[in-house]
Design a protein around this ligand. Structure first.
Ligand code: FAD
Ligand code: SF4
Length: 479
């Protein structure tokens, strides 16, 4: 009988792929983790305890069959591991790189709970799928038969693309509309290359295009084409537009030159990664080189901004957050990476306004905070410490305060498109169906700012619901 390769967590310690030194990684926008070596991936996968009730799987939004592909990896059966992994995830190599695993699968790993250190699920998932691409196991999209029905998808982010993949594999005619010049949504223009290299996203875009998905890029729905025109052209429409309205602060001197929105800063930086020439960078507006940068916010977007500024050659990078380290929304792993790279965190610090000279920002007026009694949500509310204000000098200030949905019913003249009181589109759980017949919605525009893995889940569920609807309609027509 073959030797049981699993349950090695007692003897083998948790190990991540090698992380590049902070000095090295500050010099470019390449990913900071190397790939697992083959033997290391097998060894780490073999730590899995193959629980009867795998909590990792139930806490993965895609319910990935993690114990099975870990076992297959440990046994060296990588192609089978890839087959199992891709059966539930459209972009496993992307999730393996950027899911906050500490809050999802790995955070619920049973051996972690027993003090042995979680299985490095995300790194193995990335390794398996990267290997599949290298070995040519990632199959092109080749529907066994073409269908006459067509679906229009507005938004080429992970939600829209996951739906496009499922629909196209079933032979549906799919057109994806996006206002950007490249598809991928925030995978392309939000998340920096040091977390997710751009060729990883582009090869998925190419796979979809080669598989027959039509992309209409540089096409802003509501400006270049109306929502009604899209509805008329397709049997069903999926809204997957994400959330892009930046939250703002109404503070003194808020409009001084040099105060920027995080999404604009990151988009410009990502465009540069493609080799594009960007006027707003060449003018110095979004170039942090030789400047003192202050980023306001404590989420993952703020972490991406501070680490981008470091790579652009800022002389100093500070992050202001009004709560403390334990209460910040961003991933602790990313804070550690940022600190290693030289970012200074000013915890319990909130902006009160900006100083300026001749219309140009010169600093952030900071008020120091303490954490008071818990509010209605149970979180301790920050309170101002009187008399502790100071000015943090800055040449560029980046506001990373979160995102809200754009007002789609107004922008698209669709008053019947029901939205929640937060402005997100109202859509049925598991199908994404909205109040408008034949119109569905997925991803951040439904959930509010969320995660890539949830957008993928929504896209897949919605596409499956549309296929069921189409099959039902075809069966009725055939009667
Ligand atoms: C800086 C940053 C870092 C992040 N890091 C992570 C991370 O590490 N891990 C993680 O899991 N999540 C992360 N997220 C969140 C994640 O990126 C989103 O949850 C996810 O991309 C949502 O997918 P989506 O398909 O709903 O929307 P998006 O990815 O936002 O895509 C929406 C697409 O719709 C297009 N669009 C919008 N309006 C129109 C219109 N009117 N006409 C045509 N096209 C339109 C946009 O151009 C865009 O391409 C991050 C977000 C940001 C901002
Ligand atoms: S998709 Fe995300 S949550 Fe699920 S197994 Fe992969 S890394 Fe973990």
């Amino acid at each position: 009988m073959a030797k049981q390769p699993m349950l090695k967590f007692v003897k083998v310690e948790r190990d991540m792929p090698t992380k590049r030194s902070a000095g090295d990684r500050k010099l470019d926008f390449a990913e900071i983790y190397a790939e697992f070596a083959d033997a290391k991936a097998k060894e780490q996968a073999s730590r899995c305890s193959q629980c009867g009730v795998p909590y990792c799987q139930s806490h993965c939004p895609l319910h990935n069959n993690i114990p099975d592909w870990l076992r297959l990896t440990a046994e060296g059966r990588l192609q089978e591991a890839y087959d199992v992994s891709q059966a539930t995830n459209t972009f496993p190599e992307i999730c393996g790189r950027i899911c906050p695993q500490d809050r999802l699968c790995e955070g619920n790993c049973v051996i972690e709970q027993s003090g042995h250190g979680t299985v490095t699920i995300g790194s193995v998932e990335k390794y398996v799928t990267d290997t599949a691409w290298e070995e040519g196991w990632v199959q092109p999209i080749t529907p066994s038969q073409e269908r006459s029905e067509s679906v229009g998808i507005i938004g080429a982010g992970p939600g829209g693309l996951a739906a496009a993949d499922v629909l196209r594999r079933a032979g549906v005619q799919v057109t994806v509309y996006d206002r950007y010049d490249r598809s991928g949504g925030l995978l392309t223009y939000g998340i920096p290359g040091f977390k997710l290299e751009k060729d990883v996203v582009m090869r998925r875009n190419e796979q979809l295009e080669k598989g027959g998905v039509t992309f209409k890029l540089n096409c802003n729905v509501g400006e270049d084409i109306t929502f009604e025109e899209i509805r008329a052209a397709h049997d069903a429409v999926i809204i997957a537009t994400g959330v892009y309205k930046s939250r703002d602060l109404q503070l003194p001197n808020n409009t001084a030159t040099g105060i920027e929105r995080a999404i604009d800063y990151l988009t410009v930086s990502n465009k540069l990664s493609f080799g594009d020439s960007v006027a707003e960078f060449d003018s110095g507006q979004f170039d942090a080189s030789g400047k003192r940068v202050v980023v306001i916010g404590g989420g993952d977007t703020a972490m991406d901004c501070v680490r981008t500024a470091i790579r652009q050659g800022a002389t100093s990078v500070k992050c202001l957050y009004r709560r403390d380290r334990a209460n910040m929304p961003g991933s602790q792993r990313e804070v550690q990476n940022a600190e290693e790279e030289g970012v200074v965190f000013e915890w319990l610090s909130a902006p009160k306004g900006f100083t300026e000279e001749g219309g140009k920002v010169t600093g952030v007026m900071v008020q120091k905070m303490r954490l008071g009694a818990p509010d209605a949500t149970g979180r301790q509310a920050p309170e101002v410490i009187e008399g502790a204000d100071y000015v943090e000098d800055a040449d560029i200030v980046i506001k990373a305060l979160g995102f809200e949905p754009e007002d789609l019913p107004t922008l698209w003249s669709q008053p019947e498109l029901a939205v929640t009181r937060w402005g997100t589109v109202k859509a049925a759980f598991t199908t994404g169906a909205t109040d408008l017949p034949g119109v569905y919605a997925v991803g951040d525009i439904v959930r509010g700012a969320s995660l890539v893995v949830w957008a993928i889940r929504d896209g897949r569920d919605c596409a499956t619901a549309i296929l069921e609807q189409m099959s039902g309609a075809a069966a009725v027509a055939a009667q």
